[in-house]
Design a protein around this ligand. Structure first.
Ligand code: URA
Length: 434
């Protein structure tokens, strides 16, 4: 087979055979398909789409591109969660320890920043020494001993996704339904969880802009999960505004730590509480949502969830003093407040543009080899429906470069639509696909 034929076939709207997809994925994992040809095929898939059969083939080929974890020799049951990607989405950092603290082991393979959306691994790497490249024996040992693992792709686990993910991030090929479904579900299948909770984001800061599109993505992923024998449920959640206040790696980690301590933005906590409670229901640790929520609240109030998070950070090499004193996490040199340009109500955000605003500050990658600036980002407590008066502080920009700071201020203000009339706040969720 030749890559040029696969690219041309997809460019012209053809369907790739199962064999062609398996050959491509094997080549990506082995490093025999050059980046430029892989990127060309990704762009052709982005523009032409894939049939359900092709999407399932791509997912399975990527899941089998490394080893498949079977965790039953380690713990009887594990649960995993994954978000389809959003701005300010630090949910995993809070939900994972909450669920683990309720006695359900969570072994998770996370991702890095992708397009305008941040990545859990990048956020945790704000902590000196913390690493996510665990071997399989290490993954299992940590799952057994702590009940909480936050790993990244390695040469062992879904390596084809690791390579394609990094290429998609910098080639404008992220927001593709088949590529997102295959990327998420290949990792979930390879990591061996018995149950999977998918958090599918909808709105201006999500890759799926409408509820029907998000529902379709959720259905594809839930079906793939069920076919592979995993209990899979998807929540459709709002991403028409950033989740919580912080956008940017260390700022988000700090917000997650504050939330685990019982504080934090109410919208972010409401989101985490629901996702974590749904995971307990999936794990059959509670019979009703109210019971599950009660357990989650207890895990937070008692400090057990915080303890779990700390254990995970230490086990993966993190400097615990930075977790205990989040003010010692990377800090930006320039911190500037942005004020409301007029009286009125916040009516809408271009949330994707807010994500890009932090990428340009240095929180994400523009080319594969970019190193991240963990300190930079935004704090934006403003929510849709909030009333402001002209000159009132609405956001804070954290930057390490005065030119980028000035650009971020212009970009940030351009993302907000104001109105003179009151507007209702946004819902947290739009439904469930089970
Ligand atoms: N998360 C992933 O792991 N992959 C995607 O493509 C989007 C979100």
């Amino acid at each position: 087979m030749r890559m040029v034929d696969l690219i041309a076939s997809k460019r012209d709207g053809g369907e790739l055979s199962t064999e062609a997809i398996q050959w491509f994925v094997k080549g990506v994992a082995a490093g025999t398909v050059p980046d430029y040809q892989a990127a060309a095929l990704l762009m052709a898939i982005y523009l032409r789409g894939m049939s359900r059969r092709e999407t399932v083939d791509l997912t399975l080929a990527m899941a089998h591109s490394g080893e498949q974890l079977d965790l039953h020799d380690t713990v009887p049951f594990t649960i995993d969660k994954h978000s389809s990607g959003g701005v300010g989405d630090k949910t995993t950092l809070v939900v994972q320890p909450l669920v683990a603290a309720c006695g359900v082991p969570v072994g998770k393979m996370s991702g890095r920043g992708l397009g305008s959306s941040g990545g859990t691994l990048d956020k945790m790497e704000s902590v000196r020494g913390w690493h996510c490249d665990l071997s399989m024996p290490q993954f299992k040992q940590q799952l057994r001993e702590i009940g909480l693992v936050l790993a990244g792709q390695t040469a062992d686990l879904a390596p084809a996704d690791g390579k394609l993910y990094a290429l998609r991030d910098v080639t404008g090929t992220v927001a593709s339904m088949p590529l997102i479904a295959a990327s998420i579900m290949s990792k979930k299948l390879a990591a061996g969880a018995d149950a999977i909770l998918l958090d599918v984001k909808v709105g201006s800061g999500a890759f799926m802009k409408t509820v029907p599109a998000a529902r379709e993505l959720a259905e594809i992923m839930v079906n793939i999960g069920h076919d592979a024998g995993r209990q899979t449920v998807a929540l459709l959640s709002d991403m028409n505004q950033p989740l919580g206040h912080a956008i940017g790696n260390a700022l988000e980690l700090k917000e997650a730590i504050t939330t685990l301590h019982g504080d934090g933005p109410p919208d972010f906590w409401a989101h985490c509480r629901e996702v974590a409670a749904q995971m307990l229901l999936l794990a059959e640790k509670a019979e009703t949502l109210a019971q599950a929520q009660e357990q989650i609240d207890q895990a937070r109030v008692s400090g057990r969830a915080w303890h779990k998070f700390r254990q995970m950070a230490i086990a993966q090499g993190g400097d615990v003093s930075q977790i205990d004193e989040p003010d010692t996490l990377p800090q930006a040199r320039y911190v500037e407040t942005v004020c409301a340009p007029q009286d009125g109500f916040a009516a809408a955000f271009d949330t994707d543009a807010l994500g890009w605003c932090t990428v340009y500050l240095g929180a994400g990658r523009l080319v594969k080899t970019d190193t991240l600036d963990h300190a930079v980002g935004l704090l934006l407590p403003l929510k849709v429906g909030d009333r402001v008066t002209k000159g009132q502080p609405i956001a804070v920009i954290h930057a390490n470069d005065p030119n980028k700071l000035a650009q971020a201020k212009t970009n940030l203000l351009a993302t907000i639509t104001w109105t003179n009339d009151p507007v209702p706040g946004l819902p947290h969720f739009y439904g469930t696909v089970a």
